[in-house]
Ligand binder design. Structure first.
Ligand code: CP
Length: 287
């Protein structure tokens, strides 16, 4: 079983959300006598640690391999790396890579695989935990307007989360510079360049980080805050909740004084990541 993109969960994600709720409210977690490797070639704090915590909560034997210390630096492919994991008795792999992974890439490896972020492509566990977090507060997202603000072009969180929000009956809007609008992405109901207009439309807002490391040109972060940042004034205008997948650049993405105020679900997202990832792990290992 492989979860490489949000689409891979479209028929099953509601069961995973139910199971995540169960894990959040019950401490009698199943004991799964299997093993899991975490293989990260890009930096991560919350995804890596919450997957590791999720593994340990399920009693999985857990191994962390840092990509920059692995044999991929000598030219080995991810396919051959994960095949080696399989031969060493590993049952599941969680990976993050700067490359975009095409859907058939791992099809001949009989091992559970979860994509924890591939380049600018997909980050299904983050998309799912964002939906879980908002549903926990609102119960329904039917006909609600969800606004993603910021570096949409490079956002794997947007590409995964927007599908789950659409499946829940929500409308998805984006707000960014014209140059950061994805050219070929069909799941956008509204495209805004003015954040103040976008906030009039939105019920809930997901701010995204400007991914400086993926921009070829220097990016002017000072002007960004005034154009697309969640300032104190804009925070007041948000009708529902504010989210951010993290990591947050304070006073660039969001004014630090409102980051953890009452409308913010940023800490709820981090907390829920463990439970959603436990449910995903159980699904790929036990089916
Ligand atoms: N949201 C997210 O992927 O955060 P990390 O990069 O810290 O894992």
């Amino acid at each position: 079983m492989h979860i490489l993109k949000a689409q891979d969960l479209k028929d099953i994600y509601k069961d995973i959300l139910k199971r995540a709720s169960y894990f959040k409210s019950n401490k009698d977690h199943p004991i799964i006598p299997k093993s899991c490797a975490l293989f990260f070639e890009e930096p991560s704090t919350r995804t890596r640690l919450s997957f590791e915590k999720a593994c340990r909560n399920l009693s999985l034997e857990t191994f962390y391999i840092q990509g920059s210390n692995s044999s991929t630096t000598k030219g080995e492919t991810l396919f051959d790396t994960f095949l080696a994991f399989k031969k060493m008795g590993i049952d599941a792999v969680i990976f993050r890579t700067p490359e975009i992974i095409f859907e058939d890439y791992f099809k001949d490896i009989d091992i559970g695989i979860i994509n924890a972020g591939d380049g600018t492509h997909e980050h299904p566990s983050q998309g799912l935990l964002d939906v879980f977090t908002l549903l926990e507060k609102t119960n329904t997202l039917q006909d609600k307007n969800i606004l993603y603000v910021g570096d949409i072009y490079h956002s794997r969180v947007f590409r995964s989360g927007s599908l789950f929000f659409k499946l829940e009956g929500a409308n998805v809007g984006i707000c960014t510079y014209p140059s950061l609008v994805p050219k070929d992405y069909p799941l956008m109901d509204n495209i805004f360049t003015s954040l103040d207009e976008a906030l009039d439309w939105a019920d809930h807002v997901i701010a995204l980080r400007i991914q400086k490391e993926r921009h070829k040109d220097n990016f002017n972060l000072d002007s960004y805050f005034y154009i697309y940042g969640i300032t104190k004034e804009r925070y007041q205008k948000i009708k529902g909740f504010l989210m951010h997948p993290g990591p947050v650049n304070r006073n660039i993405d969001i004014d630090q004084d409102v980051m953890y105020r009452e409308k913010s679900l940023i800490l709820n997202q981090i907390e829920n990541g463990v439970f959603v990832r436990m449910a995903m792990l159980e699904y790929i290992i036990l089916g």
